[in-house]
Design a protein around this ligand. Structure first.
Ligand code: 5AD
Ligand code: SF4
Length: 433
């Protein structure tokens, strides 16, 4: 009988791909099969995120729950970013944990499995050329890593300390992965990196010089591939050439993530983001000019140390001007190993919560008018998910979530849909072709 693996994945798309890599390795080398019932598992993995404090606190209570419900001889492993930054501390606080595997050490999964109390969290470890076995959670889209790590030094962010320096993966390998995905039936690839449009800054071996724009051109030449998405780009590296390629290339999906963080140039300086409010607005304007139906999403942090009411107003003003289609907003959470952790000009927590809810209510009013304007519009939707309520869900080229009544024949197909009912987060429609 095969052994059973339960895996919980928190955090970002990088973590989703890391989990896929671990599942593939454990299945090919150790004979594991996935289960969604932790109580029957022989191995329980939590792939953690440490970008904010709350999920880190939750980790230990969750570990306690898993320890109680697991089979007596089952193993528990903690992987990902919290594993990287807490390391052996995790085994100290939860002695029943069998191993700790950092976000930069995913390829060692089958090794740590056989070394009780192993802690592998080497930050300089170069996995960029490691060939993982194959596993994809969706047959319709393929996540492909194009770089690992992050060279930026944003003062609020722990990620460079959990995922290490940035290393790009050679373009030939990326193109081969995209080809393989298409051969397996995927129409869409999702290129992943902490900072994708900084691609080509550093490779681990000899490589032709290549930037992200050129990489996009190369991937788009893969025959049979219809859609290319990527995350996360950085507006600092959105030069005209990149935006023009984004606009012109029909395979590149017209949705862009532009992580604003703050609309105040002063706060952006304290965050060491490398751009100003004006630069951000200039790039967003250029994008909207060249790609009229682009959807722009963003991340915003409120109550960063030193944020005044005027700084917060600057953030609202950028929201008003750009009219983001999607906003992920967070209250600042001090993180260990970051520069901002020692900043003393902290913003009162209640004021931070007030700003967060003000910002979210404001975004809701923007979303109401964006979604109302979608009524009657037609769009090409790639259907990927059968829901239990009789609907089938997919995304338009510009990342609008659309649901239609339908059955599994639609899965993996791109169809033209007319929007008949709108809401803030999902639109309903009918297939017209
Ligand atoms: N506090 C709050 N939010 C943070 N993020 C990153 N670090 C912090 C922090 N210390 C947010 C940023 C980032 C997103 C992934 O998480 O907005 O873009
Ligand atoms: Fe979380 Fe950042 Fe690590 Fe992704 S890279 S899992 S968002 S801390």
């Amino acid at each position: 009988m095969s052994k059973k693996l339960f895996i919980e994945t928190l955090g970002c798309a990088m973590n989703v791909r890391d989990s896929e890599h671990m599942i593939a390795e454990l299945s090919a080398l150790e004979g594991y099969e996935l289960t969604d019932d932790a109580s029957t598992a022989d191995l329980i993995l939590i792939n953690t995120c440490s970008v904010r404090e709350k999920p880190v606190h939750k980790l230990f209570s969750e570990l306690g729950v898993f320890n109680k419900l697991k089979k007596s001889d089952a193993k528990i492993g903690v992987c990902g970013c919290t594993a990287s930054h807490l390391g052996k501390e995790i085994i100290k606080r939860a002695p029943y944990v069998n191993f700790v595997l950092g976000a930069r050490n995913v390829s060692k999964i089958s090794d740590v499995l056989h070394r009780d109390k192993a802690v592998e969290i080497e930050i300089d470890y170069d996995e960029s050329l490691f060939a993982f076995k194959d596993f994809r959670s969706s047959p319709y889209k393929a996540y492909i890593n194009i770089s690992i790590g992050c060279d930026k030094q944003c003062t609020f962010c722990i990620v460079p300390k959990t995922r290490g320096d940035e290393i790009s993966i050679p373009a030939d390998l990326i193109v081969a992965e995209a080809q393989k995905a298409v051969e397996c039936g995927a129409k869409e690839v999702f290129l992943l990196g902490q900072n994708v449009n900084n691609y080509g800054r550093r490779f681990s071996g000899e490589n032709d010089k290549m930037n992200f724009t050129e990489l996009l051109r190369r991937v788009s030449r893969v025959e049979g591939l219809e859609r290319i998405r990527f995350t996360s780009p950085h507006q600092l590296h959105m030069d005209d050439e990149f935006i023009e390629e984004f606009a012109r290339n029909p395979k590149i999906c017209k949705s862009m993530h532009m992580p604003l963080q703050s609309g105040s140039s002063e706060i952006l300086k304290a965050m060491k983001r490398g751009y100003t409010k004006e630069w951000f607005l200039n790039r967003a304007r250029k994008l909207r000019e060249l790609v009229p139906d682009v959807s722009i999403s963003t991340d915003i942090i409120v109550a960063f140390p030193g944020e005044s009411d005027a700084d917060f107003q600057d953030t609202l003003e950028v929201m008003e001007q750009v009219k983001f289609e999607q906003v992920f907003s967070f209250k600042y959470s001090p993180r260990p190993l970051t520069e901002a952790e020692s900043f003393t000009n902290v913003v009162d927590s209640e004021l931070g919560s007030f700003r967060l809810s003000t910002l979210q209510a404001y975004q809701d009013t923007i979303l109401d008018s964006i979604s109302a304007a979608l009524l009657g519009k037609e769009m090409e939707v790639y259907f990927e998910e059968l829901r239990s309520d009789g609907y089938i869900a997919g995304r338009s080229d510009n990342n609008i979530m659309v649901k239609v009544k339908g059955s599994e024949e639609l899965l993996g197909k791109i169809a033209r849909v007319k929007i008949t009912e709108t809401s803030r987060s999902v639109q309903y429609g009918e297939i017209i072709a």
